[in-house]
Design a protein around this ligand. Structure first.
Ligand SMILES: *Cc1c(COP(=O)(O)O)cnc(C)c1O
Length: 398
């Protein structure tokens, strides 16, 4: 009886789900039976991995996994509590110190994820009487972070400094503080925010800059030091948000900036205060990842070589790879159902490449997003290109 009543109460969800299926917007979640690597076992089949954010192959790097195992032996698995009560271990402090050094920032504070970092940092800094000015295509976690504040909010055209200038000019002098917030690398298109121009404008209008460098962390800048290093803007970006869940291969988030910023976030960042710390193996894995990246640029160099090779060949084949400037490779297909079909055929041929559809990208801009990694060999890339060519011809895309 109870079950039936519940079903009726949530009946509208079944209708919504059916509608998603009809429109090709229903996400079929695949299950992996292997570690993240160049190849994966997906739903029992071995396929080439073109989907994960494991840019540098660190998710399954022997030094990283060994560090996590050793830390478990010393500290167990769980942090036990929130950071402010009993959850800060020597490991957390070591990671933050090393990250700050790596990124050449005064200080770093970690969060449980990049998402947590945004919903923690933004409301801790932004309040009533402030204005948040967001790039039109900012990540969902930035949008949610802003929604948790009482500030006014507006957008500027994607990666368009002239549009940002207009918004700053229009609102100058009317708010306690203005914040300009942007993704560093836009995850669905792979383009890079024009940060030098944004910083210049923010400085001119006295606005505070926040950049979410989730896809730039471990990818952009010298040896993966991130977007601030890439543009040599050290000390000029007020808050750098990052993730440890992508190139760093584990799960975690961070905010980098001045000491006063991280001191404040430790007092007022709600996910810091009310959600338990990063887990022991995650922290230890990230320490090993920072060590690896500090020692050598080899993995980052390899990632970029792979990206250039693959993207060049895809364009030669006739695919539209959009306006990417990074290893994120959108293969633009447009139609939602075509993208789903393309993804299904890739899988049958041995490539794992998920279709990305509305609402993750705008309607009619569906795509396969290929994520390249330092873990791919030239043979892997060659195999992937051949399969893309075959499926692309079969479905009339090229
Ligand atoms: C992936 C991503 C996040 C979320 O990071 P997690 O560590 O996975 O929570 C936040 N911001 C941007 C721009 C991202 O691409």
């Amino acid at each position: 009886m109870t079950t039936k009543r519940n079903n009726q109460r949530l009946g509208w969800l079944a209708d919504e789900l059916a509608q998603l299926q009809e429109q090709g917007r229903y996400t079929n979640i695949r299950t992996l039976g292997s570690p993240q690597g160049a190849w994966l076992e997906v739903d029992g089949k071995k396929v080439l991995n073109f989907c994960s954010n494991n840019y540098l192959g660190l998710a399954n790097h022997p030094r990283v996994t060994t560090a996590a195992r050793d830390a478990i032996d010393r500290f167990g698995v769980g942090p036990g509590a929130v950071r402010t009560i009993a959850g800060t271990m020597t490991l957390h402090e070591e990671l933050e110190r090393k990250l700050a050094e790596f990124k050449r920032a005064e200080a770093v504070v970690t969060f449980q994820s990049g998402f947590s970092a945004n919903v923690g940092v933004i409301p801790a800094l932004v309040g009533d009487g402030d204005l948040v000015i967001s790039d039109q295509l900012n990540h969902a976690s930035i949008i949610d972070g802003v929604r948790l504040t009482k500030a006014d909010r507006t957008i500027y055209e994607h990666c368009n400094p002239a549009s940002l200038e207009e918004v700053l000019e229009e609102n100058y002098g009317q708010y306690t503080r203005m914040f300009v917030i942007t993704d560093g690398v836009f995850s669905m298109d792979g383009d890079i925010a024009p940060l030098p121009e944004i910083v210049k404008l923010a400085e001119r209008f006295g606005a505070i800059t926040v950049v979410d460098d989730a896809h730039g962390e471990g990818v952009l800048g010298k040896g993966g030091r991130g977007i601030v290093d890439h543009f040599d803007l050290h000390g000029r970006v007020d808050v750098e948000i990052g993730t440890l869940s992508k190139a760093f291969g584990a799960v975690g988030g961070l905010a980098a900036g001045s000491q006063v910023l991280t001191d404040w976030l430790k007092q007022r960042g709600r996910p810091f205060l009310f959600s338990s710390a990063m887990t022991v193996p995650d922290v230890a894995a990230c320490i090993a990842a920072v060590d690896l990246l500090s020692e050598s640029t080899e993995l980052v160099d390899r990632l970029w070589q792979n990206a250039r090779l693959f993207q060049g060949e895809m364009r030669r084949l006739g695919f539209d790879t959009g306006k990417t400037q990074t290893p994120i490779t959108p293969v633009m297909l447009g139609d939602e159902l075509l993208a789903q079909q393309f993804s299904r055929r890739l899988y049958e041929e041995g490539v794992f490449g998920t279709a990305i559809t509305f609402p993750t990208v705008p309607r009619g801009k569906a795509r396969i997003r290929v994520m390249l990694s330092a873990a791919h060999s030239n043979d892997d890339l060659e195999a992937g290109l051949q399969i893309f060519a075959r499926v692309g011809k079969e479905l009339g895309v090229i």
